[in-house]
Design a protein around this ligand. Structure first.
Ligand code: MG
Length: 254
């Protein structure tokens, strides 16, 4: 029924138009027939405890060794960081480490702890980073009562998106990131077809809600995209601080 040109039965013209618009949108969301999936979702056995790897995860670090990792300076060399007490720790000056495997779209679980002995301030306090595709950083930082630029604190997509909230635990305490990352897409000429996206939970709290990545998360220049392979290693940053990591697993989503 079309809207009348004047108020009709107590409904204003504007309200009537709004109602009709809502009906139109609702109709567009239903494509004529009920959805009818024909293929069963694969069965996945969840981890025995919250945060432990499900059956289809690739375990990248279970506390025992760095066999899944290589040096970022020389991808054929072993990862130079130390392993003790079921955790790996940055060995300052040796450079970052990267996975031996390459990944595109993923779900990632990683646990980290900044030093309990607080030294420095701002970006100089417990700095590291989780780089998806060796390129796009979710910042790791001791952001407990530690001020820095907002898009550089823990949970930030570095220099692009500040976290929605600061969910940081105290220095020395174990913290978690659960990250969903969708890789960017490029055409054959290197033109960007689709931006990368991040969804991030910090200690179970949503801090990035499907944000679009603007490009490489460089610290000294605006973000930009440069064509790269559809799958690249995951890397962890050596920023000179004694940050620890443990219980790292990943699920491929592509
Ligand atoms: Mg960093």
């Amino acid at each position: 029924m079309p809207c009348p040109t004047r108020a009709f039965r107590g409904i204003s013209l504007a309200a009537c138009l709004l109602t009709m618009t809502a009906v139109t949108v609702a109709q567009e969301r239903v494509p004529g027939q009920m959805p009818n999936p024909t293929k069963a979702p694969p069965a996945v056995t969840p981890g025995a405890t919250p945060g432990s790897p499900p059956s289809d995860a690739i375990v990248l670090f279970d506390g025992s060794d760095l066999s899944q990792w290589a040096s970022q300076k020389d991808s054929k060399a072993a990862a130079p960081w130390t392993v003790a007490d079921s955790a790996m720790q940055v060995k300052p000056g040796t450079g970052g480490i990267q996975t031996r495997r390459a990944f595109g779209d993923v779900q990632l679980h990683i646990e980290w702890a900044t030093p309990d002995l607080v030294k420095g301030e701002g970006q100089g306090r417990g700095n590291s980073g989780v780089f998806l595709m060796n390129t796009y950083e979710v910042q790791v930082l001791d952001s407990y009562e530690n001020t820095t630029y907002f898009h550089g604190q823990a949970g930030a997509v570095y220099k692009q998106h500040k976290p929605l909230v600061n969910a940081s635990r105290k220095p020395g305490e174990w913290q978690t990131y659960d990250i969903v990352f969708r890789a960017p897409a490029f055409d054959e000429d290197g033109k960007l077809l689709k931006r990368a996206t991040f969804t991030v939970f910090h200690n179970g709290v949503l801090v990035q809600d499907h944000v679009e990545v603007m490009g490489v998360t460089a610290h000294d220049r605006p973000p930009y995209y440069e064509k790269h392979a559809p799958k690249l290693p995951l890397s962890l940053q050596d920023h000179g601080d004694l940050v620890k990591f443990r219980n790292i697993w990943i699920r491929e989503l592509d």
